[in-house]
Design a protein around this ligand. Structure first.
Ligand code: 4HQ
Length: 255
């Protein structure tokens, strides 16, 4: 797959691709990333890419014409029968969730527009942008970090990137629920005055019991922190009878 990134700060992308478990996906070209510096398409004589908003007010707006030229160059280089979607990152976009990451990971890529300033001339968005995505309800200074977030989430799903294929099945959201807690050495951890053990079941060697415990933990955490995700999993038919039993209110012990 191939991602073309239109940005004013292409230097932000190299370091991410050089590190961690996702490095191989980028270095092998499994996830090919081409960077396009919007400045190269700016208006002469000073390669201008932004200007003041009509109607007044603070901040600057990314100009539609440099974006048009950059996009034309990307489209020509991709030369596709089935054009890749142009994605713009914005707090007004659709929330980016794992199901959409999985769709990108299985697809042929996209063109990622990383805006700066107050945003992009709306006429360019209306005419050219296929999809607006948000990575959360907060305000960033640009769309570069959201693009890196998407690339990272896509790269780790590529075959061979996580050592063990089972890693993704255990991820948060892989089945619509949050992940269960994880424990490693030592068996008893000195904390303050006391010692904290690892939950017994994890040392039992009883694989079915371990699997049930992890599922119950995932259900309990998800209900406590994200009841909306439990509702969505239920509505999607992803909760079986054992899950519903784990979620059911415990009968009050008689006194
Ligand atoms: N932006 N999720 C880019 C964001 C944002 C977000 C603000 C988008 C600044 C220029 N993007 N503009 N949150 O905060 O995607």
């Amino acid at each position: 797959m191939r991602f073309d990134v239109i940005t004013l700060f292409p230097e932000l992308f190299g370091p991410h691709q050089a590190h961690g478990v996702t490095r191989r996906a980028f270095e092998s070209g499994q996830v090919e990333v081409r960077l396009w510096n919007l400045r190269d398409f700016g208006d002469p004589p000073h390669a201008r890419v932004d200007d003041r908003p009509y109607g007044g007010g603070p901040g600057m707006v990314l100009l539609a014409e440099p974006l048009e030229r950059a996009l034309a160059a990307v489209r020509a280089a991709r030369a596709e029968a089935d054009p890749a979607p142009l994605v713009n990152f914005s707090p007004a976009g659709e929330p980016l969730r794992q199901d959409r990451v999985e769709a990108f990971a299985a697809g042929a890529g996209a063109i990622l527009l990383c805006a700066r300033y107050e945003g992009v001339d709306q006429r360019f968005i209306d005419a050219r942008v296929d999809l607006e995505l948000s990575i959360g309800d907060y305000v960033l200074s640009g769309g570069d970090l959201p693009a890196l977030v998407l690339l990272d989430a896509v790269a780790r799903l590529q075959p061979g990137v996580l050592g063990d294929a089972r890693s993704h099945q255990q991820d948060s959201f892989s089945d619509g629920l949050l992940d269960c807690p994880h424990y490693s050495r030592p068996e008893r951890l000195a904390v303050g005055a006391g010692e904290v053990p690892v939950p017994d079941v994890l040392l039992s060697g009883h694989h079915a019991a371990i699997e049930r415990w992890r599922r119950d933990q995932a259900l309990a955490t998800t209900r406590a922190r994200r009841p909306d995700l439990v509702e969505a999993a239920r509505a999607a038919g992803r909760l079986d009878a054992a899950d519903e039993a784990a979620l059911a209110p415990k009968p009050r012990p008689k006194l």
